[in-house]
Design a protein around this ligand. Structure first.
Ligand SMILES: O=C1C=CC(=NNc2ccccc2C(=O)O)C=C1
Length: 124
């Protein structure tokens, strides 16, 4: 099938794992994010994710967005991206993210949001 499917198990280049549930009829999905990066201890922590994707019937390479609400900090990350499939059927999620940290005063708001890219590949 030339179509990417978002549901399943993915990993990014940081070593974090993400499980995406079945995508419902309006494009909504939920899942769990096991981050490999934490400021504090080393073991993997699980955080909920919620997102939506464009209906695949109009597009082969679907676009999506999702939010991870980190369970162990007051931070929040939003991801936007697109699923690409190569001619061998390998799927890649190319994303950009914004990470919002909680800061103690409006004067610190300037340094509260970080931006970056992440590439997710499917874990069989
Ligand atoms: O307490 C925290 C706060 C932020 C975190 N950010 N992780 C990310 C931020 C952007 C992209 C990927 C990740 C990741 O964990 O894979 C993780 C734990």
């Amino acid at each position: 099938a030339r179509k990417c499917i978002l549901s399943g198990l993915w990993k990014n280049e940081l070593g974090s794992n993400m499980t995406i549930s079945a995508v419902n009829t309006d494009g909504g999905f939920t899942g769990l994010y096991h981050t490999a990066v934490t400021a504090t201890d080393k073991h993997i922590r699980v955080s909920p994710l919620k997102g939506s994707q464009k209906p695949t019937n109009q597009r082969k390479q679907l676009t999506f967005g999702f939010t991870v609400s980190w369970t162990f900090s007051n931070s929040m990350t939003v991801f936007v991206g697109q699923c690409f499939m190569d001619d061998k059927g390998k799927e890649t999620l190319k994303t950009m993210w914004l990470l919002r940290e909680e800061v103690s005063s409006p004067g610190d708001d300037w340094k509260a949001t970080r931006v970056g890219t992440n590439i997710f590949t499917r874990i069989k």
